[in-house]
Write a protein that binds this ligand. Structure first.
Ligand code: G3I
Length: 331
């Protein structure tokens, strides 16, 4: 009998997985056994929920929320405002020119109100704004239509609209490269200023798309300390440990090497050790998938290259990483 991952960490934090309409079928037994939280990999994004102005398509998102409810799982909502996967109509009027600030804010408000109220009480945390910080040195916010048309308070507005729609949901700012020192400080600065202005923000999401070498455990610890010092909750929102370095464009492997799997187990053990240490601040750890038969990394950064980033293999059997993480939970 395989011990349940969610049980092992019950005292510390929820264990979540990102799912899509296919994996909800193919991985359902694994999900029910080991996970007590789910997130829609794509189905709650803007383009999926409101592809055409005023026409909402909730079928796939509802199915995920129903699956969670039927199995006693929580749902993390992802995501309300992002520069990516947002339909063109949002930013344009009928003639195809850019809308003004008031129009865009009204559309943003309508979307957030509709979506967040629909799932009121069923989604414990929302990624309200995703990836708004720039990766470029010396630039705080990422260039986007939100920023161009509304100005930098598009972020604060999104949090206010979400809070009005579900005052009990925890509201998160979510980003990647969250532990790279320069970006870490930019995220810190954004969150600090939102808090200072009284904006209803409750936490920082660390996406945690990591690999066998990067980032260092010390850099992650530093990020956790920084965000926690602002009184923020922390959620690990999109965890995976790629067996390739980002620069590595190799495509010849058909299975992971023993060395990769051993190193991956060591990394997972260190990460969960850290999460456990900070479990006063961290109450949810979500993987961006569940098992190695499906991961977005199979298409990124090299299209069609297989990756093996999770605790379970392609047949949903535990990898060394799973045993090490369970062992850590008990120590
Ligand atoms: O559904 C269409 C399909 O009809 C079409 O034939 C096919 C052709 O490319 O595309 C399909 O859509 C793809 C979609 O995933 C569903 O598989 C999109 O092209 C593809 O871009 C999209 O990728 C998603 C990506 O976000 C978009 O930026 C990934 O699945 C999803 O895992 C990924 O998730 C993001 C988080 O939201 C934010 N943080 C980073 C994370 C990983 O990139």
């Amino acid at each position: 009998d395989i011990p349940k991952l969610q049980e092992a960490f019950k005292q510390h934090f929820r264990i979540g997985a990102a799912v899509n309409p296919i994996t909800l079928n193919t991985q359902s037994e694994l999900l029910k056994h080991h996970f007590n939280s789910v997130t829609a990999e794509n189905e709650m994004k803007f383009e999926r929920l409101q592809p055409v102005e005023g026409t909402y398509t909730f079928t796939a998102a509802d199915r995920l929320v129903d699956f969670a409810a039927a199995n006693g799982m929580g749902v993390r909502g992802h995501t309300l405002v992002w520069h990516n996967q947002t339909p063109q109509w949002m930013f344009e009027n009928r003639e195809g020119s850019a809308v003004d600030r008031e129009t865009l804010l009204a559309r943003m408000q309508a979307h957030i109100e509709t979506v967040v109220s629909r799932y009121k009480g069923m989604i414990y945390a929302w990624d309200v704004v995703n990836e708004a910080i720039s990766d470029n040195s010396g630039e705080l916010l990422r260039p986007s239509k939100w920023l161009d048309i509304v100005g930098e308070d598009f972020i604060a507005k999104a949090f206010e609209f979400a809070h009005a729609a579900d005052p009990k949901a925890l509201l998160f700012y979510n980003d990647y490269n969250e532990s790279v020192p320069e970006k870490r400080e930019k995220i810190y600065e954004l969150v600090r200023s939102l808090k200072e202005k009284g904006v209803p923000i409750h936490g920082v999401g660390l996406q945690a798309h990591w690999n066998l070498e990067h980032p260092s455990v010390d850099d992650i610890r530093e990020a956790i300390e920084r965000y926690a010092s602002l009184g923020m909750k922390l959620h690990i929102t999109e965890l995976d440990v790629s067996v390739f370095q980002f620069e590595d464009r190799r495509t010849d492997l058909t299975e992971p090497t023993d060395e990769m799997l051993a190193r991956q187990a060591e990394r997972y053990r260190q990460f969960f050790q850290l999460f456990k240490e900070y479990s006063e601040h961290i109450d949810s750890v979500t993987f961006w998938g569940a098992a190695d038969d499906y991961t977005w990394l199979d298409h990124f950064p090299v299209r069609g290259r297989k990756n093996w980033p999770f605790l379970f293999d392609g047949n949903h059997r535990p990898k060394q990483s799973l045993w090490d993480v369970i062992d850590l939970a008990r120590s």
